[in-house]
Design a protein around this ligand. Structure first.
Ligand code: DX5
Ligand code: ZN
Length: 220
């Protein structure tokens, strides 16, 4: 079976206090820390890269679930591996020709490979990467357009999650964008088990309550 993983998105944290923000989320019961890497090209926003992952790694042993919203993910594999990233999730839209090589490199650097898809990308596009001899170990279904936190959850993306879960009963399926107490049940019942949540967790008066509510919904 699949285990619930609740992954606060550090994009909504105070980046000037990243280590203490990370510790706070882990104390609140987070399983993973979701790290949004953006290059200002694949998405119209710029965030953090390997140097920040390396700095954070010195303060925590937590699983760093890195989501690479970048045009050239292959260039990031070695630096991210050295920095101490745990998961390396690239976008299918930019790896149409080289995903086999990319997955191999990610694994050789000791990271867990995942593939993400934007709302406009059909789910069928990730199937070859899961059915491959050297497969991705997680699929991230974007439930907003990538680039920014605080956007509205797109419920129509649950068709993709349902199709994936039917075909792959034990795959890690992550949802990212607009998740929180009002949308978690849709994601959980569709079959998602890894839940990214930024603004709903960081903006809550009691983040621990939001984290445990989401875990409970996924576990039921
Ligand atoms: C958006 C990022 C998300 C974002 C989610 O491009 O991939 O991880 O931080 O933030 P919320 O939960 O606020 O939608
Ligand atoms: Zn993300």
């Amino acid at each position: 079976g699949v285990t619930p993983k609740i992954a606060p998105s550090m994009l909504s944290s105070d980046f000037s206090n990243l280590a203490s923000e990370a510790k706070r989320m882990l104390d609140f019961g987070a399983d993973w820390l979701h790290m949004d890497i953006m290059d200002g090209h694949f998405v119209p926003n710029l965030t953090i890269g390997a140097p920040v992952i390396e700095s954070l790694r010195k303060h925590t042993k937590a699983y760093l679930d890195c989501h690479l919203m970048v045009t050239n993910p292959v260039d990031y594999v070695e630096p991210m591996g050295k920095a101490g990233a745990s998961g390396f999730t690239f976008h299918v839209e930019v790896s149409k020709d080289n995903w086999q090589e990319l997955i191999g490199r990610i694994k050789s650097k000791g990271m867990r490979p995942g593939v993400a898809l934007k709302p406009g990308t059909p789910i069928e596009e990730v199937y070859p990467l899961i059915d491959s001899e050297n497969p991705v170990e997680m699929v991230l279904v974007m439930t907003v357009e990538p680039g920014f936190g605080g956007q509205k959850f797109m419920p129509e993306m649950m068709d993709k999650v349902r199709a994936l879960r039917k075909k792959y009963p034990s795959l890690d399926i992550e949802v990212d964008g607009g998740l929180g107490p009002s949308t978690i049940d849709m994601a959980a019942s569709a079959g998602a088990n890894c839940i990214v949540a930024g603004s709903s967790v960081f903006g809550a008066p009691e983040p621990a309550a939001v984290i445990s509510l989401m875990r409970k919904s996924v576990s039921e």
